[in-house]
Design a protein around this ligand. Structure first.
Ligand code: GLN
Length: 229
C-alpha cells in the first residue's frame, strides 16, 4: 500500500485526490491518500507528497497557525529521495520556501507572471518526462469557471493522444526564470519552460489535476514505489 500525503493548504486539493486515485487505478496500485491538515499529519511513513496549486500567499499565511508548511518542508528535507509533485502555487512554494531554506526546486520563479486571472489559458504543452504507461489512452480535458474555486466540471472532448502533448491548464500561472534554471526542464510551452524536475521533485506551472491525463500523478506513484527508503 502506497501512502501519499496531500497538503490541504488551500486550492485544488480535491481534484488532486481524484487524479491520484485515477492514476493508482491505471497502474493497479493500492493507494492511501493522507490529507495533511496539521503538522502532525506529515508523518515519516508518507511515500510521496502533493503540493497543490491555489494562492501561495494565502497558503503561507493559513499554514502559520498549524506550522503545516514548515512540517512539509521538514519532511522534504528528511526524505530527499521521495517524490513531491508541486503544481502552480505548490511549485512557487518549492522554488521559494522563503524561510532561509535551500530551495527544493533550483530555479527562480515569478508569481502571476502571465498576468491576471483573465489571462488564464489552456495550451498544449510538450512533456519530456518518462512516465509509466504511455499507451494511447484517450484523455478528456477538464474545464472550470472563471473562479478557480468553483466545483470542477469535467467534459470530454476530441482529445489528443498522450504521446502528442499535454493539455496545459494555466491559471494565474507563475513563470520559471530561464536565466536561473539549475534543474531539468521537463515540460515546454513553445520555448518556455513550464515544468522542471530537480531530483525527486517535480514542479509544474500548470494544473495537471484539471485534466484526465494522469501521467504526472502516475509519475509520482511510480517514483514513490521505486524510491521508498
Ligand atoms: N497566482 C498564484 C500564486 O501566486 C498561483 C496560481 C495557481 O496556483 N493557480 O500563488
Amino acid at each position: 500500500m502506497l501512502s501519499i500525503g496531500l497538503a490541504m493548504l488551500q486550492g485544488a486539493r480535491h481534484e488532486h485526490a481524484e487524479a491520484l486515485r485515477g492514476a493508482a487505478r491505471e497502474l493497479g496500485i493500492d493507494l492511501e491518500i493522507v490529507p495533511c491538515r496539521t503538522a502532525s499529519d506529515v508523518v515519516d511513513d508518507l511515500d510521496g507528497l502533493v503540493l497543490p496549486g491555489g494562492e501561495s500567499t494565502t497558503m503561507r499565511i493559513a499554514s502559520r497557525y498549524e506550522s503545516l508548511l514548515n512540517a512539509l518542508f521538514d519532511w522534504m528535507e528528511r526524505h530527499p529521495q521521495r517524490p513531491v509533485l508541486g503544481t502552480c502555487a505548490g511549485a512557487i512554494l518549492m522554488a521559494n520556501p522563503e524561510d532561509g531554506r535551500t530551495r527544493f526546486l533550483n530555479v527562480s520563479i515569478d508569481r502571476n507572471a502571465w498576468g491576471r486571472q483573465r489571462q488564464s489559458f489552456e495550451a498544449e504543452v510538450t512533456v519530456m518526462l518518462e512516465t509509466p504507461i504511455s499507451s494511447k489512452i484517450p484523455v478528456a480535458v477538464a474545464s472550470r469557471g472563471a473562479s478557480t474555486h468553483h466545483p470542477l466540471e469535467v467534459h470530454s472532448q476530441a482529445a489528443p493522444l498522450l504521446d502528442t502533448g499535454y493539455p496545459g491548464v494555466f491559471i494565474r500561472a507563475p513563470r520559471f526564470d530561464a536565466s536561473d534554471l539549475q534543474c531539468t526542464p521537463i515540460a515546454m510551452l513553445g520555448e518556455e519552460v513550464v515544468g522542471v524536475l530537480d531530483g525527486s521533485r517535480l514542479g509544474l506551472t500548470f494544473h495537471p489535476e484539471l485534466t484526465l491525463d494522469r501521467r504526472f500523478h502516475r509519475w509520482l506513484l511510480s517514483e514513490a514505489t521505486l524510491r521508498g527508503e
